[in-house]
Write a protein that binds this ligand. Structure first.
Ligand SMILES: C[S@@+](CC[C@H](N)C(=O)[O-])C[C@H]1O[C@@H](n2cnc3c(N)ncnc32)[C@H](O)[C@@H]1O
Length: 260
């Protein structure tokens, strides 16, 4: 890679990090899930394309022919250049750029058969956002909506979610919290009534509060119910992503029990 080409690549990644239509994928697992769930991958750069092909064969044989020969081309770049394209070079030494799918909150309101929606009110920690998206994808939730200033498609959140943003709708929309349509709005709050997973409506919007202060008074006032996960005395609250995972998997286990 000559100096001009290296500069062009740096510029492309810098612009992509600010572009609301693009996603920066850091590491093989993010790239794997993006490809598996239908992302339009525009560019893949790796320090060692042969090693990447081996990782792909070992960990994701279902992607055979989708990456490298017969699929998305993998551009080889020196490891030193890779370290200028990402704040922390992933262990698998691969980065990629992909298009973000369009996010349609109106469809989430309307399509009530798509599963429960996780609503994060003003989350501050990108690692938490990523962990929530990962748990929501695994649990079969219908989507993740955030409010506030942080972009849920930030590269750090995508890395935390191992690219599972492509497995379900994920987006930021302040209006969704104010109007979830006909879906029941349930506030998850350590001060609420005891949650009974078997009684969670399958089309609920499950609202979780910001890391430090919890849910806003406004959202609590509009919620149809306020529910808590029981905790041992003396513990104030669970971490945001942990509480989302606990609620979603209680819901999923209750659905399994009801089906069998
Ligand atoms: C770190 S907690 C916020 C703590 C905040 N001081 C409070 O009391 O709400 C972040 C979010 O996780 C959820 N959460 C944490 N522990 C919970 C519990 N035991 N039951 C229900 N939700 C919980 C709530 O949605 C909360 O707003």
């Amino acid at each position: 890679v000559n100096v001009a080409a290296a500069r062009a690549l740096e510029g492309r990644f810098q612009r992509a990090r600010k572009d609301k239509e693009l996603a920066v994928l850091e590491g093989f697992h993010a790239l794997k899930h993006a490809l598996r769930f239908g992302a339009q991958v525009e560019l893949v750069v790796a320090a060692d394309p042969a090693a990447l092909a081996q990782i792909a064969d070992d960990l994701a044989p279902d992607l055979h022919g989708r990456l490298g020969a017969g699929g998305v081309a993998v551009e080889q770049v020196p490891a030193e250049l890779l370290s200028r394209l990402a704040p922390r070079v992933p262990h698998t030494q691969v980065l990629a750029l992909a298009a973000r799918p369009p996010f349609d909150p109106e469809r989430l309101r309307r399509d009530r058969n798509s599963g429960a929606i996780v609503l994060l009110e003003d989350p501050r920690d990108l690692g938490n956002i990523g962990a929530v998206v990962r748990a929501a994808a695994a649990a079969g939730a219908g989507g993740v909506v955030t409010t506030g200033t942080h972009d849920p498609w930030d590269a750090a959140a995508i890395r935390g979610a191992t690219g599972l943003h492509y497995a379900l709708p994920v987006g930021r929309d302040d209006a969704f919290a104010l109007d979830p349509g006909e879906r029941p709005l349930l506030a998850l709050d350590p001060e609420g009534e005891l949650l009974d997973p078997a009684r969670l409506p399958p089309d609920a919007v499950l609202a979780f509060g910001t890391e430090r202060d919890g849910l806003s008074d406004d959202l609590l006032a509009r919620a149809d119910a306020r529910l808590r996960l029981p905790m041992r005395a003396g513990v104030s609250s669970l971490n945001l992503a942990t509480s989302v995972a606990a609620v979603l998997f209680a819901w999923r286990l209750a659905m399994y029990r009801a089906d069998t």
